[in-house]
Design a protein around this ligand. Structure first.
Ligand SMILES: [Zn+2]
Length: 146
């Protein structure tokens, strides 16, 4: 019963960005291409890293060729912590198991999974984020009128 508390404590100690990605991955609101397709932000659900036809959480954590090394580390740690290999874990199981929290955080830290920086990261649209144009600059006032 105290498992949830401990997991939250571990995640809370992680850097904020990393903790966010962990929660997104846990709730399924991760920035995967499949999710982007559902939200109509992308015209394809294929993995932008390896071109696999659907980029799901399962794909990113177990199969994506781009992150093979990191997956190996992740699942070795999971096996050490739980005695179960990746074939015995679904993504929801993995994310809910507090013994795997550190391994998953480590995986996220060493990959770009779920972050905004990806091969298909959508640049912010003007006026959306960081696209605020300064129309009235200081210069006009300072040296404009004669
Ligand atoms: Zn992939």
């Amino acid at each position: 019963m105290r498992g949830k508390m401990r997991q939250q404590a571990v995640v809370a100690r992680a850097p904020k960005r990393l903790a966010e990605r962990f929660h997104q991955l846990r709730t399924g609101h991760c920035r995967t291409e499949q999710y982007l397709e559902w939200t109509k932000n992308s015209d394809t659900a294929a993995c932008g890293w390896c071109q696999y036809k659907t980029q799901t959480r399962e794909h990113l954590l177990k199969h994506c060729k781009k992150w093979k090394m990191q997956q190996k580390t992740l699942w070795a740690e999971v096996r050490k912590a739980t005695g179960r290999g990746k074939d015995r874990f679904t993504v929801p199981d993995l994310m809910a198991d507090e013994r795997c929290t550190r391994a998953v955080l480590g995986f996220l830290r060493t990959t770009k999974v779920g972050s905004r920086v990806g091969p298909r990261a959508v640049p912010p649209k003007p006026g959306e984020e960081g696209g605020v144009a300064r129309e009235e600059g200081d210069e006009t006032e300072a040296g404009g009128r004669a």
